[in-house]
Design a protein around this ligand. Structure first.
Ligand code: AHR
Length: 492
């Protein structure tokens, strides 16, 4: 098979925003306890944070981390997690049927984020709580001093305000599983009221309203319309969430998951723009794709128990090469929409549906999905160029006819980086593009004869990027992508 990738260096979609390389830490399973935080582990620092997890987070190039949930946040009392550890209450977390010790809370997470060199994106509870509690946590986090809650933060050891600028107004409020689930009208009003209040406190905060928890929700589309009609002027972004898995054994559709992400982003953008026209606003609403990943939800549903446990092993998916290729393709989709997607967070960071895994008795390791994320975050710089692929297509059960090869190109100064994916299960594809006078600086491919290959604590380097052979013929560049592979070519 053969494909040609074309782009023009002056045809720009938008900037490569660093916030596209976000992640997510929820009080869920072993993401916080036994993930970022494990006092007593040989790699733990003086605050109990695992240094090996911190190092991999930095290596992965994560820019922003959403916290503390997720479904967890809809029953969370932020004040349980601040102050002297010995006095913090132990609570039930109904979302994940877990016992929450509250040993880690807002102040600890902000300290962890500094060490990880990431921005904090903080979600407030609009499930069981409302405007007052959102204002309280904002006062605690961002107000300088001289008020009861800001002075409490100072007394708790953080003299400087945390300066959180990105706030989520609740989580997945469209989902019947969500504590305090609301109709679009109810949520739209609450989101607008909370947003107005937060802006009265600090005009410059950036606010994300909850969109749909998936494009398959029965309320998808209508939810966005109603919420934005209520809150258009008050919020900056609307969220999208999407998880992909192999359904009914249909691997070809799974490998083409980015088609769904493209359509999802397109529909939400169109809906937001239609509301903008209706409310006669010149403002453009951004998309915060603040939960995305590969997740075998069917396996999770089958494994649910009724026991109450502390930091249980939950949703610890092991990812193979095919999963990593899908993750790489989802990043291509996010970059392609650089004009619209303002923030994106892979869910989640460690242990829970995560690119980083760790155990109490081993060093943290990189799952297969770590690699396309780390390389994309490191190499995508400057601006995203409009990219056209001319090549073969294949039929899929869920998305109809889709291109076998997907690609996106970024450019910074003279440097051009081409990100590519071959979704075909059996055929290699020869991909050509115009490199001009540029030399090849580096080129990588993630693929394997066994697309089911994985990394484990004992074999942490079984799957990793290998050098990709690049042929030149004058200014023409040619690479061969093996079946089910993701690749990148950097030229400069
Ligand atoms: O990321 C896991 C869960 O998926 C989150 O808690 C929730 O928001 C989503 O349904």
């Amino acid at each position: 098979l053969r494909a040609v990738v074309s782009f023009r260096t002056d045809d720009v979609v938008g900037p490569v925003r660093r916030r596209l390389f976000g992640s997510f830490v929820e009080h869920l399973g072993r993401c916080v306890y036994g993930g970022i935080h494990e006092p007593g582990h040989p790699s733990a620092d003086e605050e109990g944070f695992r240094r090996d997890v911190l190092a991999l987070t930095r290596e992965m190039g994560v820019s922003v981390v959403r916290y503390p949930g997720g479904n967890f946040v809809s029953g969370y009392r932020w004040e349980d997690g601040v102050g002297p550890r010995g006095q913090r209450p132990v609570r039930r977390d109904l979302a994940w049927r877990s016992i929450e010790s509250n040993e880690v809370g807002l102040d600890e997470f902000v300290r962890w984020a500094r060490k990880a060199e990431v921005e904090v994106m903080y979600a407030v509870n609009l499930g069981t709580r409302g405007v007052a509690e959102a204002l309280d946590v904002h006062e605690y986090a961002n107000h300088g001093s001289g008020t009861t809650l800001s002075d409490l933060r100072v007394a708790n050891g953080s003299a400087e305000p945390h300066g959180i600028s990105l706030w989520c107004l609740g989580n997945e409020m469209d989902g019947p599983w969500q504590l305090g689930h609301k109709t679009a009208e109810e949520y739209g009003r609450l989101a607008a009221e909370t947003a107005r209040a937060l802006r009265q406190a600090e005009p410059g905060v950036e606010l994300v309203a909850c969109g749909s928890s998936s494009s398959a929700m029965p309320t998808f589309g209508e939810w966005e319309r109603v919420v934005l009609e209520a809150a258009y002027e008050e919020v900056d972004h609307i969220s999208c969430h999407a998880y992909y898995e192999v359904l009914d054994g249909d691997v070809d559709s799974f490998l083409a998951s980015a088609e769904d992400m493209d359509r999802f982003i397109g529909s939400v953008a169109a809906t937001a723009d239609a509301v903008g026209a209706k409310v006669k606003s010149p403002k453009r609403i951004g998309i915060s794709f603040d939960e995305w990943n590969v997740w075998s939800i069917k396996d999770f549903e089958a494994s649910r128990t009724s026991e109450w446990r502390s930091a249980p092993k939950l949703i610890e998916d092991t990812y193979d090469v095919a999963d990593a290729v899908v993750v790489g393709n989802l990043l291509i989709s996010l970059l392609r929409h650089a004009d619209r997607v303002a923030v994106a967070c892979q869910a989640q960071l460690v242990n829970v549906i995560a690119p980083i895994r760790c155990e109490p008795d081993s060093a943290a390791w990189r799952q297969t999905t770590f690699h396309p994320f780390a390389l994309t975050s490191r190499l995508a710089r400057g601006e995203v160029l409009r990219t056209v692929v001319d090549g073969p297509t294949q039929d899929t059960g869920r998305f109809g006819e889709v291109p076998v090869v997907d690609a996106v190109v970024t450019r910074e100064g003279e440097e051009v980086v081409v990100f590519l994916v071959n979704r075909h299960r059996h055929e290699s594809v020869e991909v050509g593009f115009e490199g001009g006078e540029r030399g090849v600086v580096e080129a990588w491919v993630l693929g394997d004869e066994d697309s089911g290959a994985i990394n484990t604590a004992l074999q942490p380097e079984r799957v990793k990027p290998r050098g990709l052979g690049v042929e030149r013929d004058g200014t023409a560049v040619r690479v061969v992508l093996p079946p089910v592979s993701w690749g990148v070519v950097r030229m400069g």
